[in-house]
Design a protein around this ligand. Structure first.
Ligand code: FAD
Length: 462
């Protein structure tokens, strides 16, 4: 039926899921249309997510590192923060990448259509309510949006992550509602710029899902940097006044405090509502995620869903990976989602990266694991870098000694976790990792050393 439809594949949404799917499908010889409602391609990740946040976090990390350098014999005067310049650096980083995407689309003859796509049937869609584009396959990659807390007033001083990345001002006092990755990354940026940042988290710990020993290191390093952290506490009320946003925090005892800026980062929800999914016969679960099988197919077999709209974890690399699977299946290949693990990184200061089975999750589920923790206080490079507080922890199956998980805390943890991912995917055991010669002296070496420690081999190099 390919000749009778306008496109072999219609992709809805130009984020990391959508553009990866569109490019892969085009590379496999399919005729592809990519429909995006925003002005530029790249989705949340490139425009208002991963990339702009990392541009700001890079500058924040440099500033924080400089502050610690006086002890190492290099003292600077107080840095002057040029908010305008910082904003332009961040914007230039984003536009370089989004422009690159447009070029990559045109090189592959992917037709990019600007507008909001809505299903007319399981074989066709409209854009901005007009026209009718027919397709053999459709890949939904419409992403997610920040949850808005209904009890917060409308006020320019109450922002979400998109507003925070615009760097409206450097507040004196800021409240971050939600102690997850996005909230703490923004707390890192604003505290580095000079704000006193309080954090309120409903759960009894920050960064849910990460081992508590890793979070404890993070908290110790941030104890002086951040303001108060209210755990097991919710924001109950907020009122806007001339001197700021006064927030009632339901901690014990309850606290009323006035802030110049309040960031709500209390989660994201999938963007299913405006897609007209019923017209295509597609079901969503109780959280609004589109239900898919391991080939990313929805209930309508010619329609796929990938990325944030298809479920947790809401991460760009997961979206891109799923995009490739969907495109390949649409092209008739027998692909399916078979990644064993998906890594996560909090690009805070210090960074925390983790993957696979965590020690705490294993404890809760009753799964038997054995861990090897290598403290960076025993790493020559970490000491030389002023990062002796860090940690590398490997988690093994106690019977086979195969690697099943890992956690790293410290500078560049996110760059290092890839080795642990590869080890898990390849079925590596502790000997494989320990006997792999790592370059000395590096932070990455701590992965090999943790494995040696597990096998009871003394590591000779500091
Ligand atoms: P999105 O990137 O959300 O893209 C969906 C696109 O679809 C959007 O451009 C939207 O405009 C478009 N769209 C929606 N509906 C329609 C429609 N009906 N018609 C046409 N177009 C439509 N992830 C990481 O892995 N690493 C990070 O460091 C990281 N940092 C983050 C920092 C922040 C502040 C935020 C908010 C998120 C971060 N994320 C990070 C998460 C990451 O951005 C998302 O997981 C990723 O963007 C999901 O990709 P996606 O393709 O599923 O959807």
């Amino acid at each position: 039926d390919a000749a009778e439809v306008d496109f072999d594949v219609a992709v809805i949404g130009g984020g990391p899921g959508g553009y990866s799917a569109a490019f892969r499908a085009a590379d496999l010889g399919l005729r592809v249309v990519l429909i995006e409602k925003d002005e530029t391609l790249g989705g949340v990740c490139l425009n208002v997510g991963c990339i702009p946040s990392k541009a700001l976090l890079h500058v924040a990390a440099l500033k924080l590192e400089m502050e610690g350098l006086a002890e190492h014999g290099l003292a600077f005067s107080e840095p002057a923060i040029g908010l305008g310049r910082l904003r332009s650096f961040k914007n230039a980083t984003v536009s370089r990448l989004t422009t690159g995407l447009a070029q990559m689309a045109s090189k592959r003859s992917v037709e990019v259509v600007r507008g909001t796509a809505t299903f007319a049937s399981s074989r066709s869609l409209t854009v901005d309510g007009t026209g009718l584009i027919s397709f053999a396959h459709c890949i939904i990659a419409a992403g997610s949006s920040p949850v808005r807390l209904p009890f917060l007033p409308e006020d320019p001083r109450i922002i979400d992550s998109t507003g925070a990345l615009e760097l409206p001002l450097i507040p004196k006092r800021m409240l971050v509602i939600g102690g997850g990755i996005i909230g703490l990354e923004m707390a890192t940026v604003y505290s580095a710029l000079g704000a006193t940042v309080d954090v309120v988290e409903r759960l009894d710990g920050l960064l849910a899902g990460i081992d508590r020993d890793a979070v404890a290191i993070w908290r110790k390093e941030n104890a002086k940097r951040l303001g108060d952290i209210f755990l097991g506490a919710s924001v109950e009320k907020a009122t806007a006044g001339p001197e700021g946003i006064t927030v009632s925090i339901g901690s014990s005892p309850p606290v009323d405090r006035t802030y110049d800026l309040v960031l709500q980062s209390a989660g994201r929800r999938p963007n299913g509502a405006s897609l007209g999914l019923e017209a295509a016969g597609i079901a969503v679960d109780s959280s609004g995620f589109i239900t898919v099988d391991n080939q990313m197919r929805t209930r309508a077999k010619n329609i796929f869903a990938i990325g944030d709209i298809a479920g947790d974890p809401m991460l760009a690399h997961k979206a891109a990976h799923e995009g490739h699977v969907a495109a390949e299946v649409a092209a008739g290949m027998k692909s399916h989602f078979d990644a064993k693990v998906i890594p996560s990184v909090a690009y805070t200061n210090p960074e925390i990266a983790w993957v696979g089975v965590t020690e705490d999750a294993a404890k809760i589920s009753g799964r038997k694991v054995k861990t090897a923790k290598f403290p960076w206080a025993a790493s020559g490079r970490a000491i030389a870098n002023g990062a002796a507080y860090g940690m590398t922890k490997l988690i093994f199956d106690p019977d086979t000694h195969r690697l099943v998980g890992g956690v790293i805390v410290g500078p560049n943890a996110g760059d290092m976790i890839g080795e642990i991912c590869l080890g898990i995917e390849m079925g590596a055991d502790a000997v494989d990792i320990g006997k792999t010669i790592h370059p000395h002296p590096t932070l990455g070496e701590t992965i090999g050393m943790a494995a040696e420690l597990f096998e009871g081999v003394c590591t000779d190099l500091p």
